[in-house]
Design a protein around this ligand. Sequence first.
Ligand code: SAH
Length: 218
Amino acid sequence: MNEENRYQRLREEMVRKQIAARGIDDPRVLDALRAVPRHLFVDEALRDQAYGDFPLPIGQGQTISQPYIVAEMTQALQLTADDRVLEIGTGSGYQAAILAQIAYRVYTVERIHSLYIRTRKLFDELGYHNIVTRFSDGTCGWREEGPFDAIIVTAGSPQIPAPLVEQLGDGGRMIIPVGDAYSQELTNLYRDQHGIHQTELGGCRFVKLVGDHGWKDV
Ligand code: SAH
């Protein structure tokens, strides 16, 4: 069996055992997870672990999230094919690639320069032409491109950054881990004509969202 077929089989198994078995049933999310080559978003030495049920280090003290968390957060955004999505915390680029598989365009922001450069190159190599990258503090959002149909924050924050709420369009959905440095609640926001509605999806653990409207220290 060649490499690509082998990874394809690992992906199918990942979706069946870790994602569908735990209740994720949005076919667009399941198809995206089957399609994106997660092993190419981690260091070569970690490729064979890429489809395991855990996060992995990506350098600079950061991590690529566990596949299930990526699926859960993506499903919560209820994306459609013409949605414009803002992601804070590009990291490895894997979550952005999953979003780009479903939505119209993904705007992703990263604050660590080396990760920004590496992942931007990877998007080019893999042909993700509907992902736009930016090097800056994502807690301020991306004002010039807002409002967004969906916003996803993939780092843990002590509170919901006000600029992100401002840049969420009418009918917009946001998902963000909110809590202390060690554990957070996956928090889901929805904006309609009456205002903002908030629900909690459960506990999680992310690296820190560091910036003006997040943690002030690394
Ligand atoms: N979505 C990523 C997860 C990476 S971990 C993936 O699929 O791999 C979280 C990322 O958020 C790290 O790369 C970290 O540097 C970044 N980050 C933390 N605070 C940030 C901020 N204020 N703005 C942009 N990126 C931030």
